[in-house]
Design a protein around this ligand. Sequence first.
Ligand code: CS2
Length: 495
Amino acid sequence: MSLPTPDRLRTATLAQAAAAAQRPAALPQDLRIGHLHLGLGAFHRAHQALYTEAVIAGGDHRWGICAVALRNPALVQALQAQDGLYSVTERHGEQRRSRIVGAIARTLHAPSQPQAVLDALRDPAITVVTLTVTEKGYGQQPATGTLDETDPDIAHDLRQPRTPRSTLGVLAEGLRLRRPDAPLSLLSCDNMAGNGRTLRRLLLQYAEAVDPALARHIDALAACPDSMVDRIVPAATEATRAEAAAAIGLDDAAALVCEPYTQWVIEDDFRAPRPAWERAGALLVPDVRPYQTLKLRMLNGSHSAIAYLGQLAGLPTVADVMADARLGPWVRALMHEELRTSLQAPAGFDAAAYGDALLHRFENPALQHRTAQIASDGTQKVPVRWLGALRDHLAAGRPAPRLEAALAAWLHYLVCPHDARGAALQRTDPGAAPLQAALRAAATPEAQVAAALAHGAVFGPDDWPAGLRQRLAAALQRLAAGGLGALLTPQAPGA
Ligand code: CS2
């Protein structure tokens, strides 16, 4: 016998929510809108939206969020059917805590409501715009950090800047319409080094190409602080919805399950009023970059290694990789012996404890964080997460065998038809096609390595040392001949 489906989460049904679920302090309909978000997805709703929710709970009702979905309308429809309400369940193992969030006061779907998005950007009541548009959403060449004018959306917008499709194009056009005496702050929350600086540079480069006067206008109008965001938020599935129904007693088509941990470090460089996120635990600092480097290398760097090894091994989740007798200890060694040692932690920061805490977070069996999700967009992620660390080790003459093995695993993954269990690998990386073609065209492991390292959009200047080339070729050879087991078996020096 199946249980009856509970009522849908809405303002009218909120009173029926399970007593243990925390209720929003204010309803979406009672908020003014002051915070615009581009990139309505799981991460925003479990991260920035909760910091804004806490500010609203403190009594400041100016900061209702207008959240814009850039592609898929499904979430907009789900949230609209729920009057903007959704639930977040934090889990570690068997511990769980659910809350219903009311900070999203309005939702928009950019492709079908382009004018409404531009109107929001010109609205002087909106003084802060957060972005989670993914690394590839900035239209940049990942290795060089310059505007990628071959990106189809950027190319379109440069031709037709009044009807933009790309994030940069939408921002530039919205800001063009904005009064010069209504400054605002654009706060990138994507996993990139110097994300605010990057956004500013690309936006000005784009605007300059459209009209130099527009670039000057934007330069005077917008601050672009850097920020480091951290919380593991797996993409929601049907299981998430069932879990939320059990936890809150209502059916929530926009439910999320994430870890309890959350962190937000923000450069204190705003040009206009903003929510007092520090009241919710955000750290406002003069320079975010040391925190970004730590997080990108240690958390995201090991995450990407887990993702490619996990995908090749046929292990679907991060927790599966951590529990694997061969891969779990390998990840631990990568974290402590190669990622942590690649950087100088800020004075007083205990990087060893940080690394242990990250490994504990990865082990969380409740999250079901899929290796396939993290494996996506490697051409954007690998340069930021691994290549800086690898270059630093090479320059200092320190060996980094695990980082090199991870790099070989990624190259192998890009062209390998199936995992160790025979299942077809499903790859998602729109920027990978030229690299994959070059890898496939190469006849030997040496030629594959040469083709990869010459791919400047990912690997930057092709000045990689001969020793690295030999080691990567040997690793590809081992992978092809003996799979992951052969890759991870320690090699005698010089072998
Ligand atoms: C992950 C990140 O999908 C990925 O690439 O590495 O989303 C990661 O979960 C977050 O950055 C954690 O803060």
